[in-house]
Ligand binder design. Structure first.
Ligand code: NDP
Ligand code: 8X3
Length: 248
């Protein structure tokens, strides 16, 4: 299962896993995009794909969508908790409550509630792999990052907690923390302001969604006795959340 597969990292990951012949459950709010991806993947690869349309902030929608799955589909082998966003980059004194709620409800509460639905089936199977997409913003805090950074620090803590609690059930838990990846992320963060979004990647080569999908491929293809706990992946032109090298 890959959450947030209508765009960016989630979409690239769905493509990568389909190429590895995993059957897939892809999720997101944008139905048309999900259905298009579903048919593309089924046409191109030897896999069956189920598209679940729901808002991960709404526990009832999440529960209903997962409840509709046939029993065999409920036994999810790999859960990629990817759906997430940054909303705004304002200093804390100017931040919008609606942005903060959206980030906390999606990145933290959404991830938790969805995982809570999937984990009991992994425990029943005594195997599974949860991959949480965190961020450099889960390791460092930068100006204007405040609540987004807090939400990704929470993802880091939840990942560590999951790993400890699920240890006796043979469930792998991995955190992948990317630096700048050129996706719809900045367009969403700046509420659709393309000029501001494009500026984020100006003068440097960022990561692309496929780079993170490649990392996920590496992580899921390790032998059963190996778990990758934590990977931080940065563009070569980015040394930390704040140090970038830009040309021109
Ligand atoms: P995109 O905006 O391209 O993709 C975000 C995905 O999340 C979309 O598929 C979107 O689907 C889904 N999503 C967002 N809100 C909801 C919601 N309420 N319910 C269901 N799905 C939702 O960004 P990225 O691919 O870059 O982001 C993916 C993850 O990677 C996020 O967790 C982000 O924080 C993280 N990340 C991104 C980095 C970057 O620089 N791009 C760096 C580090 C981490 P839809 O809108 O259809 O619902
Ligand atoms: C996205 C990375 O540093 O742009 O998670 O917030 S950053």
């Amino acid at each position: 299962m890959v959450t947030g597969a209508t765009s960016g990292i989630g979409k690239a990951t769905a493509n990568k896993l389909a190429a590895l012949e995993y059957h897939l459950i892809i999720t997101g709010r944008r139905k048309e995009r999900l259905q298009e991806l579903q048919s593309q993947l089924e046409d191109k690869y030897n896999c069956k794909v189920i598209a679940l349309v729901f808002d991960i902030r709404d526990n009832k929608q999440t529960e209903k969508a997962l409840g509709m799955l046939e029993d065999k589909w409920k036994n999810i082998d790999i859960l990629v908790n990817n759906a997430g966003l940054a909303a705004g980059a304002d200093p804390i004194q100017e931040g919008l409550w609606s942005d903060w709620e959206q980030m906390i409800d999606t990145n933290v509460k959404g991830l938790l509630f969805l995982s809570k639905q999937v984990i009991p089936h992994m425990i029943k199977q005594q195997k599974g792999h949860i991959i949480n997409i965190s961020s450099i913003a889960g390791k460092e805090v930068y100006a204007g990052g405040n609540v987004y950074c807090a939400s990704k620090h929470a993802v880091d803590a939840i990942t560590k907690g999951m790993r400890i609690d699920l240890l006796k059930h043979n469930i792998k838990v991995t955190s992948i923390s990317p630096g700048m990846v050129e996706t719809e992320f900045s367009l969403v963060r700046y509420h659709g302001d393309k000029e501001k979004a494009d500026k984020v990647y100006k003068g440097l080569t960022p990561l692309f969604a496929e780079d993170i999908a490649d990392t996920i491929e590496f992580v899921v293809t390790r032998p059963p006795h190996v778990n990758i706990n934590d990977i931080l992946v940065m563009p070569t032109a980015q040394a930390s959340a704040v140090y970038n090298h830009r040309e021109g």
